[in-house]
Design a protein. Structure first.
Length: 117
């Protein structure tokens, strides 16, 4: 056996690529989350918090951030996502009178739901 050149790449999501000599690897990692869609939902929520009391807006931000952090993980924890949905439920009362905010909170719940079934 002659000299071999091995390259190992490990992505943030845990995907491992191994190449030997001059090999080229084309790989796509799908962690199950459409970040673009999730970001759109979160931006739509945060853009509609200005009419709320600061304490209520902060509560919604905290829950949304927690959901986003978990959804961006390669293997989101079902229990944490369930907690996010549970914590979001009373936020609909707070969002009453701001239809766009309520609609986007529902979009977030709908987005999370497939991960907890």
């Amino acid at each position: 056996m002659g000299d071999r050149n091995w390259t190992f790449n490990v992505s943030d999501g845990g995907q491992v690529n191994v190449a030997e000599d001059n090999a080229t690897i084309y790989a796509t990692q799908n962690i199950g989350v459409s970040v673009n869609e999730l970001d759109q939902i979160i931006n739509a929520i945060t853009n509609n918090l200005s009419d709320l009391k600061e304490e209520d807006a902060d509560s919604i931000r905290d829950i949304v951030d927690m959901a986003k952090d978990e959804l961006e993980k390669p293997e989101p924890k079902v229990s944490r996502l369930r907690s996010c949905v549970t914590l979001l439920a009373p936020m609909f009362t707070i969002a009453n009178g701001i239809p766009t905010l309520a609609d986007n909170l529902q979009r977030l719940v709908d987005y999370i739901t497939p991960f907890i079934k």
